[in-house]
Design a binder for this molecule. Structure first.
Ligand code: AR6
Length: 231
């Protein structure tokens, strides 16, 4: 982005996440930017055990490439804890690349309660899904299916039966879903990332050449699907 700006204050002072959260929440309420905001978790880095350093490079690269193609779009990487290592890595690498921090930033919170608990409006959220697109399991998949209720399950079935690693699918969230009503989420994008956990399907046996390619494809697919919703 030609006119990209960094946020030197944040970098220098190392503002804590709470304050950063509040700043972004304010911006989000004053402008009606929620409708072009995607909140996404770090795909594959918890249950699927993908290396955090490699994942953070891929997140920052794919987000930067994507933001060069679009204006008026925001990408928000979310994780539950202030101590999240993936959030710190991404924050550090994004500031080194001088990515505009009003268009891409990290946020601490539960992705299913961003508006009500965090004051951040995001109409589209991503899910780190499993290949069958099944509710439950653990992590963010369980949280999103629980918060969205049965209607997400039905809506998902109408869109796809399964996902290949590196791909994603957009599911419009019915207005009866509590996640739609309470949080203003209109779409969930399920994403399947590469798996480095021997106990899960499509185990890549630490092949990071394949794994990194798949993670890149997963984020590109997620961002392109997001663009197709908001453009
Ligand atoms: N809000 C925000 N971020 C969250 C939340 C939440 N409620 N819950 C977890 N995270 P994971 P994966 C973060 O394990 O590695 C599932 O069982 C978490 O801290 O959910 O892609 C599926 O069914 C981490 O940074 O996804 C698959 O089988 C990120 O979300 C498998 O896990 C992703 O962690 C997918 O594994």
């Amino acid at each position: 982005v030609e006119d990209s700006i960094t946020c030197p204050m944040e970098v220098e002072k190392g503002l804590n996440d709470k304050n950063e959260n509040e700043e972004h929440a304010k911006e989000s309420d004053s402008d009606d930017v929620g409708s072009c905001t995607l909140a996404f978790p770090s795909i594959s880095t918890a249950d699927f055990q993908f290396d955090l350093d490699r994942a953070s490079d891929i997140i920052v690269d794919t987000a930067a490439d994507f933001l060069q193609k679009f204006d008026n779009i925001r990408l928000v990487l979310v994780d539950l804890s202030e101590k999240s290592r993936i959030l710190s890595l991404v924050k550090e690498k994004a500031s080194k690349k001088s990515i505009d921090c009003s268009m891409f930033f990290t946020f601490v919170g539960d992705i299913t309660q961003l508006h009500t608990k965090g004051g951040l409006r995001c109409s589209v959220i991503a899910n780190a899904a499993n290949w069958r697109l099944k509710p439950g399991g653990g992590g963010v998949n369980a949280a999103i299916f629980n918060a969205a209720g049965e209607s997400l399950h039905h809506a998902t079935k109408k869109c796809a039966d399964a996902l290949r690693p590196g791909t994603s699918v957009v599911v419009p969230l019915p207005s009866i879903s509590p996640l739609h009503q309470r949080e203003g989420v209109t779409h969930v994008i399920h994403v399947l990332g590469p798996n480095m956990n021997p106990m899960r399907p499509d185990y890549l046996k630490n092949d990071y050449i394949k794994g990194s390619k798949i993670l890149r494809e997963a984020y590109n697919s997620l961002f392109e699907n997001f663009a197709s919703i908001v453009q």
